[in-house]
Write a protein that binds this ligand. Structure first.
Ligand code: ATP
Ligand code: MG
Length: 569
């Protein structure tokens, strides 16, 4: 490829909406351009990176025996009604009507279509296990598209779906994908971590998110400083030490706390620390009204609560309901005397002489102990934070930020039951297929790699996914001898299947160097008149500060060594 022929519209001033570094650099370096909110065009060099990530994904998926297909983006309503997601998906699902008044949607994911395909075409146990994948455009009408292609509305995803005859083989399929994902992200040169994620009511540990470690990440990863435990914030459990529980009871007194509702207000009014307060939160669920108790300085993890009680729906009760079940207004609820089921976080079990709401306007109760009221039980219900105990060992949990680039999930029978996807087993009995689904954000992977690979001069992607591997850069393109050598190096590298660009432009050297670094080409071979006179050229790696002067005969060997070492298979 000749640089002079390339369409690389670089940009000096990036728009203000570009908040994160990857978004800024992808615009500046001419990787992408915005068309509308969350909708982007991939320009030639951005697309080259994207295709390299796709290629790595394909190779690793194929190695595991997965087969590539391509499913439609436009899908009929009927399939989504079958899975009940037509009503449940919410506004991220973009729906529209065709000229015959048929209702359709743009696919945010493809479980419905793939399940429909397999239930029609696969009948016998002999045809399993089956893993079908595609690399396809998704559309999700995200409430807050941002960070460029990191959270777009239209984006490219690799999605795979596995079908198995039973649980054990579904688990093997899952582990295969776990393995493939580790290989994929390793080959993309990312610093990443697989963390446990919530599986909802399916339970078990068959959901992992692959997180690229980056401070700008929207996700919080909780990990142990001692053992290998890592989970996302939603899933993260806390460990507990058994200390002596208080046996006190009956010492409590009611006190006046005029207009003091929030934890901070009550704590400062009564001159106690936040953890001396007990919060009583009243929830309305799909089944009943419940109260949840948590220490004043902690928050309730609603995912854990929903899983514990197998809830489909959970929301804070309104002021009217609170008044009705507690007798007091919002902000003054407490467990003593309540007739609804109460669920307490495990921390509460070890509290002593604490403060609760008095179920009456402007009243709290002090010197309360757990013997003073009844609960259904003590459970792990809090949102974990830095410094909490690890649930698996005696270590301490810490939180870091990450970007979710991939997600693997055991679906079980969710879709095969809803859509009646069955097969005949060895005995000729009809059974539901056991499914799994596995996604990778392809564009998001490129963007996250840039979050990890950049410096003040621009993008510094790993060689395996950089738009070009080598830039051959003659300092003076009108110097015949330089151009001749540049051309021969360029051709030799091309013959060796190296992805090389020749900067043949009649530009000032400064401009050429700047562009090379901005775009993020890992290897630069610079041919200058003076060096050339002595038979030398300059070799510079994007991730090293200094360049090296090497004999022109050695350049191909040196470049090939580096490429081979960094291409990672
Ligand atoms: P998020 O929590 O970030 O919204 P998700 O849980 O909705 O992600 P999945 O449905 O599991 O994501 O999709 C699989 C993968 O697709 C994600 O791991 C992510 O890499 C990518 N992805 C999801 N939403 C977007 C988006 N709006 N833009 C770009 N990539 C996305
Ligand atoms: Mg999402």
């Amino acid at each position: 490829m000749l640089f002079s022929k390339l369409f690389i519209p670089t940009m000096k001033e990036v728009p203000k909406e570009a908040e994160v570094i990857s978004h800024k650099l992808m615009l500046r370096a001419g990787y992408i351009r915005r068309l509308a909110s969350g909708i982007y065009t991939w320009l030639p060099i951005g697309l080259k990176s994207l295709k390299k990530v796709e290629q790595i994904i394909r190779e690793e998926m194929n190695k595991k025996g997965a087969q590539e297909i391509l499913m439609p983006v436009v899908q009929p309503k009927e399939l989504w009604v079958e899975s009940k997601r037509w009503e449940r998906y919410g506004k991220e699902l973009l729906r529209f009507i065709d000229r015959n008044d048929r209702e359709l949607c743009l696919a945010p994911t493809h479980e419905e279509v793939v399940t429909d395909l397999v239930r029609r075409e696969v009948r016998s146990y002999k045809e399993f296990p089956l893993n079908l994948y595609q690399i396809q455009t998704k559309f999700r009408d995200e409430i807050r598209p941002r960070f460029g292609v990191m959270r777009g509305r239209e984006f490219s995803m690799k999605d795979a779906y596995s079908f198995d005859v039973d649980e054990p083989s579904a688990e093997t399929s899952y582990m295969d994908m776990y393995d493939a994902y580790n290989n994929i992200f390793r080959r993309c040169g990312l610093r990443f971590r697989a963390v446990e994620a919530d599986t909802g009511q399916i339970g078990g540990s068959f959901s992992h998110e692959f997180m690229v470690l980056a401070d700008t990440g929207e996700d919080i990863i909780i990990s142990c400083d001692t053992c290998g435990y890592a989970a996302n914030l939603e899933k993260a459990e806390a460990g507990f030490v058994d200390i002596k529980k208080s046996t006190k009871k009956g010492n409590y007194r009611r006190v006046k706390t005029p207009r003091q509702k929030r934890v901070e207000e009550v704590a400062s009014f009564l001159n106690v620390t936040h953890d001396k307060l007990l919060k009583t939160m009243i929830y309305r669920t799909d089944k009943n009204i419940i109260g949840v108790l948590v220490k004043g300085d902690r928050e309730i993890n609603e995912t854990k609560l929903s899983n514990l009680l197998a809830l489909d729906n959970l929301e804070f009760a309104d002021a009217y309901t609170i008044e009705e079940v507690t007798g007091g207004p919002l902000g003054f609820s407490g467990p003593i005397g309540l007739k609804i089921p109460l669920y307490a976080d495990r921390d509460v079990e070890y509290m002593e002489d604490f403060v609760i709401g008095g179920n009456e306007e402007d009243v709290h109760v002090v010197d309360v102990n757990i013997g003073d009221f009844e609960v259904e039980g003590f459970f792990d219900l809090k949102v974990v934070k830095d410094g909490d105990l690890c649930p698996k060992c005696k270590g301490t949990l810490k939180s870091t930020r990450g970007i979710e680039v991939g997600h693997i999930f055991k679906l079980g029978l969710k879709y095969s039951e809803a859509m009646n996807a069955t097969f005949l087993d060895r005995e000729g009995k009809e059974r539901h297929m056991v499914m799994g689904c596995y996604g990778i954000g392809v564009g998001r992977t490129v963007a996250s790699a840039i979050e990890q690979g950049y410096d003040e001069n621009g993008i510094a992607l790993p060689l395996s996914i950089a738009p070009f591997e080598v830039n051959v850069l003659p300092v003076n393109s009108s110097h015949a001898e330089s151009m001749e050598l540049a051309d021969s190096i360029y051709k030799s590298l091309k013959d060796r299947r190296v992805d090389v660009v020749l900067d043949d432009r009649n530009e000032r050297p400064g401009v050429k160097f700047k562009d090379c670094d901005l775009i993020g080409i890992p290897i630069r071979v610079t041919i200058g008149e003076r060096n050339l006179k002595d038979g030398y050229v300059e070799l510079k790696f994007r991730n090293e500060k200094d360049s090296q002067r090497i004999k022109k005969e050695d350049v191909i060997g040196r470049v090939m060594d580096y490429v081979e070492e960094h291409k990672s298979m």
